[in-house]
Design a protein around this ligand. Structure first.
Ligand code: IYR
Length: 252
């Protein structure tokens, strides 16, 4: 008998695969089987074009601001879905994609999330955070009142899947979950911003109530609550100063 043919998971074999296609099959967990290698030949853009794009992107990203007051104007839901799809292209430990994005639509659920978050935040701002933390927050002027949880046109709750949970209750470890979900949220914020929307990363603490309220399984842990919309007409943001490139970049 000749050498055994490698068995790859996922899509069926095809004679030619255009570069950068995504699998027509939806992802399903298969343990330990290698992915089929496929050609990756993204078109190269000239260096001058890269420089122009990078400079423009740098400017556009510098315009992103965290917004705490949202306009009531509706935002097409598909923009948010597309941004979530962008986030879900993030790299992840062992490509385990350990994230779930819940788009919360039910106004009553949003009301309950707000009430629970504000109750926790009240304890935090009333002293649970400690003097050093409260002092660090004071310049931003945040407090326990979170109207955006009910008033922003969209609300995304991001969960991290601490481990994989099979339908039969089997568990498998997930790797670099914090890093993976953090990267995905960064990509989500970038996608929302570049689509013209504003957002806020809200991290009520403790966040255990979110899993219960949203009926998520026990392997999931809330990571961030992200209201999305347009800034209110009279929205103000603190006149923050960002570190310069020279302050954050070390060329060694
Ligand atoms: N989670 C609280 C407190 C808070 C903490 C940090 I660090 C911030 O940058 C902002 C707020 C809240 O959401 O108000």
């Amino acid at each position: 008998a000749g050498p055994q043919k490698a068995v790859f998971r996922g899509r069926p074999e095809r004679a030619t695969l255009p570069a950068m296609t995504t699998s027509p099959k939806s992802w399903s967990p298969v343990h330990g089987e290698p992915y089929r290698p496929v050609p990756y030949r993204p078109a190269r853009i000239p260096a001058a074009e890269s420089l122009a794009r990078a400079a423009e992107l740098r400017e556009r990203m510098a315009e992103r601001r965290t917004v705490r007051r949202f306009a009531p104007d509706p935002v097409p839901e598909q923009v948010v879905r597309d941004a979530i799809a962008c986030a879900a292209t993030a790299p992840s430990g062992a490509h385990q994609q350990p994230w779930t994005f819940v788009l919360v639509k039910d106004p009553e659920v949003r009301q309950r999330i707000r009430a629970a978050a504000e109750a926790e935040e009240r304890l935090s701002y009333d002293g649970r955070l400690g003097e050093e933390w409260l002092t660090a927050l004071r310049p931003l002027g945040t407090d326990e009142v979170k109207p955006h949880l009910t008033d922003a046109p969209h609300l995304i709750v991001v969960f991290q899947q601490r481990y994989w949970l099979g339908p039969d209750g089997a568990r498998r470890k997930h790797y670099y979950v914090d890093e993976s979900v953090g990267i995905a949220v960064g990509m989500l914020l970038s996608a929302l911003h570049l689509s013209g929307l504003a957002a806020l990363v809200h991290t009520p603490s403790p966040m255990g109530f979110l899993r219960e309220e949203l009926g998520r399984p026990v392997n999931e842990k809330a990571f961030a609550v992200i209201p999305v919309g347009y800034p209110a007409a009279d929205c103000e943001v603190p006149d923050l100063v960002r570190k310069t490139l020279a302050q954050v970049l070390v060329e060694h």
